[in-house]
Design a protein around this ligand. Structure first.
Ligand code: RIB
Length: 302
């Protein structure tokens, strides 16, 4: 079976501490609990596609350590094609140090490890996977030249291209936009990409229109509990979020992206796919951790 969705991106082991609040600079704070779970934006999105009914392959790197074996195994048990998850000698696997507070907000520091060695050449080795895909998904936790190469190659092959610009630190290179069918930032990423403040639907629409003017095909701004805004050349549509009691928002965005892509790959229309991704993401925030929080198809079906 050929993968219909290919995710090119990061795999991290998440080291998660829960505490009443996030520590201030220079402060030592006693926390409540600690756990270690597989994460990484790329791997989370691949797991979301797999659990939510899609067929998916992952292209990425891990280090030659115990975390690397666990990260690969976590994808393998989900039925994800891992032939292109390579082990890099002499380097650690990607790690994310995450603190989650009582209000379910998080702060994350990532150490790229093997993710930082994912070169354009190392993706090109698996060009057959890109050729066999219908949808290609990228994020920004691997080197930017690799993202640039992948977007351009996926466009050249005529694939549907989704970019989740996370984490975003500033504007995207101008030449990327023409390669992107769906650009899906959250509010802070939309702000980083455009320099415009994004706090609500109206400001999200202004930022999305700027991104469309730069050449993105369609823009989906996710706004957490305020829902999502889908903006195209034809206009904008707001999708309210299902209201839930949030425990941990880690990987909610990844679950949305994976759910959206899985739904598209199964033939749903864009609006239906956005609503499906939102239902999946809403369930994920009620559970702790990255990959353990991602729901399965049967939980999300209406
Ligand atoms: O999007 C959530 C992810 O961000 C975590 O799993 C962590 O690994 C960081 O990459």
């Amino acid at each position: 079976m050929h993968a219909k969705v290919v995710v090119v991106g990061s795999l991290n082991m998440d080291l998660v501490a829960r505490a009443e609040r996030l520590p201030r600079g220079g402060e030592t704070l006693a926390g409540d609990s600690f756990f270690t779970v597989p994460g990484g934006k790329g791997a989370n999105q691949a797991v979301a596609v797999a659990r939510l009914g899609g067929s998916v392959a992952m292209i990425g790197n891990v280090g030659d350590d115990a975390y690397g074996q666990q990260l690969r195994q976590a994808l393998h048990v989900e039925g994800i094609d891992c032939q292109a998850v390579s082990v890099c000698d002499g380097v650690s696997s990607g790690v994310a140090l995450i603190v989650v507070d009582a209000a379910s907000q998080n702060a994350i520091v990532i150490i790229p490890g093997g993710n930082g060695l994912l070169t354009p050449e190392s993706v090109e080795r698996f060009d057959a996977l890109l050729q066999a895909a219908d949808i290609v998904i990228c994020q920004l936790e691997v080197p930017l030249p690799t993202v640039a190469w992948t977007l351009a190659r996926a466009r050249e092959l005529g694939k549907t291209v989704i970019l989740n610009p996370a984490p975003a630190t500033g504007p995207l290179p101008a030449e990327w936009f023409a390669h992107i069918d769906y650009l899906a930032p959250n509010e802070s990423e939309a702000e980083a990409l455009t320099g415009l403040p994004v706090t609500d639907k109206a400001s999200a629409e202004r930022a999305a229109e700027r991104l469309l003017a730069l050449g993105a095909g369609k823009v989906i701004v996710t706004l957490g509990a305020q829902g999502a805004l889908f903006v195209t050349a034809q206009g904008s549509q707001h999708f309210p979020a299902p209201q839930v009691k949030a425990l941990d928002t880690t990987a909610a965005g990844d679950t949305f992206i994976g759910g959206f892509a899985a739904a598209l790959s199964r033939g749903m229309g864009e609006g239906e796919a956005i609503a499906f991704g939102q239902r999946a993401a809403a369930l994920s925030v009620t559970r702790a951790g990255a990959q353990p929080s991602i729901p399965y198809l049967a939980e999300v079906q209406p």
